[in-house]
Design a protein around this ligand. Structure first.
Ligand SMILES: Cc1ncc(COP(=O)(O)O)c(C=O)c1O
Length: 496
């Protein structure tokens, strides 16, 4: 043994022995040489060795057994149980990892932090899109179902489940969407997924090869557009108007593999596609050989107009894949959604889902199935419809009272968000407005990130489900004061 470092010899010997113990060269239970023998071996005075052994004893690294010698302790002192990290020289700079084309596309896509992200957490008036009415959630009923399921936990719940999802949940979903959304599908066509985001990703894997053309709405839900771009698809943006995707502007030439649409409440502008446009979309898809991905993310909430049958329900040639979610009606961290596909696609979707994550968590699927079958889901839905209608009315009234014709509100007839165009405000001012508003406790998103070609005018996205009517009024009042700080906001001019 050689003694490294500087300092008193007894200290250096102690450290050398301690290191040997921690690195396992002197294993627990091993007998140390006698102090006399070690002193001779190392050419040290016996006193030096005795002092080092005393310190090892004191700190619990060794034990003395009377008449027999000194042994490495069976249980090392707590602090030393942490893995021993020998001092390393600075690692040389690792070369950048070689990433797949897919990863390179994803990294190029994700501008972080996105302007849709919260500027800060804990804002009092958070109009951020994507937060449902957590305060209304029937947590007691939900907890009771969880507790009952947990008490009666069966062995089958602990095993791997089916990639397609828990059968009773698939049946409950099929029954609900048939009745409430005009979907024409059997439970066998339902695949349970981790939120509709996974449904979008599954469809991209199912249908797209790099270079394939995909029609997206302009503007379009950013999370969807990024999925298709990540798959290497070529995006074909088609403008939307107050009736959703403008079908007259769909490409008539060249192959198109997929069209992604949000017909029940266009995201983010809120247009509702009338039945004749839905039929026209299907005729176009058939003629050009495209599939249609219908993202029905929040159609449970409708105001002042009757629900329109889903595009899936009108499809007679098996072109439509339908994605639904519980994120907006229950809560988004549940991460449960569903993809409903033509029967012939189910095995491929299930195989892809299996490769991704085998299946969605079984316990939550069981709880959700009970929650739906026992009627809690629709009871809550009816209540939240009334609550969200009141919130929407409060928001529209507050916008009218405080901002009047300085704003144009669109997309208020469904869902739980509206878009507010600020008249006379340049798009370049939106970030400054968001920061000023956040400093006063108001959280809002810009609509711009959802455009491939961002508009020149300033648009804000207002989610309202997570706020009380009182807070909605207070938040809008604060925002109107913030907007007064931006002189252009006061200039009235027609919308661009
Ligand atoms: C239009 C649209 N599609 C899909 C999603 C994804 O939702 P989730 O994965 O939570 O079901 C969202 C989320 O806000 C959305 O707005």
């Amino acid at each position: 043994m050689t003694l490294h470092g500087r300092g008193p010899l007894n200290q250096r010997l102690f450290q050398g022995l301690r290191r040997s113990i921690l690195e396992g060269r002197l294993a627990p239970g091993v007998r140390l040489p006698s102090t006399r023998a070690l002193a001779e071996d190392l050419g040290l005075s016996r006193n030096v060795v005795l002092m080092a052994f005393d310190k090892l004893l004191d700190e619990g690294y060794v034990e003395a057994r009377v008449g027999s010698g000194t042994y490495v302790s069976a249980a090392l002192p707590d602090a030393a149980i942490a893995p021993w990290r020998p001092r390393r020289r600075e690692a040389p700079l690792a070369p950048p990892p070689r990433l797949s084309a897919h990863a390179r596309r994803v990294i190029a896509l994700a501008p972080l932090p996105a302007p849709t992200a919260p500027l800060r957490s804990g804002l009092k008036y958070e109009f951020r899109y994507g937060l449902p009415a957590i305060a209304d959630f029937p947590s007691e009923a939900w907890s009771r179902v969880i507790a009952r399921r947990a008490r009666g936990l069966r062995i089958t719940s602990l095993r791997y489940g089916r990639a397609r999802g828990y059968q009773p949940l698939r049946e409950a979903i099929a029954e609900y969407v048939t009745r409430a959304r005009g979907i024409v599908a059997a439970a066998d066509q339902v695949v349970v997924v981790n939120g509709s985001q996974q449904a979008l990703d599954l469809v991209a894997r199912l249908l797209l090869d790099p270079g394939d053309r995909v029609v997206v709405e302009e503007p379009c839900y950013q999370g969807a557009r990024h999925v298709f771009a990540a798959a290497g698809a070529r995006l074909v943006p088609v403008p939307v108007d107050e009736a959703g995707l403008d079908v007259a502007r769909l490409p008539r030439r060249g192959a198109v593999r997929l069209a992604y649409v949000t017909p029940s409440h266009q995201f983010p502008l809120g247009g509702i596609m009338p039945p004749w446009r839905r039929l026209e979309l299907l005729r176009w898809a058939e003629a050009i050989g495209a599939h249609v991905l219908e993202d029905d993310y929040d159609s449970e909430f409708r105001y002042e107009s009757r629900p329109v049958e889903a595009v899936q329900g009108l499809d007679r040639s098996g072109r439509v894949l339908y994605a639904g979610t519980f994120s907006k009606v229950l809560f988004p961290s549940l991460r449960i959604g569903y993809l409903i596909v033509p029967t012939g696609m189910v095995p491929a979707v299930a195989a892809l889902k299996f490769l991704m994550d085998m299946h969605t968590t079984a316990f939550e699927q069981e709880v959700l199935a009970d929650f739906i079958v026992e009627g809690h889901f629709e009871r809550y839905l009816r209540r939240s419809r009334t609550r969200n209608a009141a919130r929407r009315a409060a928001l529209l009234a507050a916008l009218d009272e405080h901002l009047g014709d300085r704003v144009e509100v669109v997309g208020a007839n469904a869902g739980v968000h509206v878009v507010v165009w600020l008249r006379g405000v340049e798009a370049s001012q939106v970030e400054a407005i968001r920061h000023r508003a956040a400093a006063q406790g108001v959280g809002i998103n810009s609509v711009a990130p959802h455009y491939l070609h961002p508009p020149r005018r300033a648009g804000l996205l207002f989610g309202y489900a997570c706020l009380s009517e009182r807070d909605i009024r207070a938040g809008v009042a604060i925002l109107s004061r913030v907007l007064r700080e931006f002189p252009q906001a006061l200039r009235r001019r027609p919308s661009a």
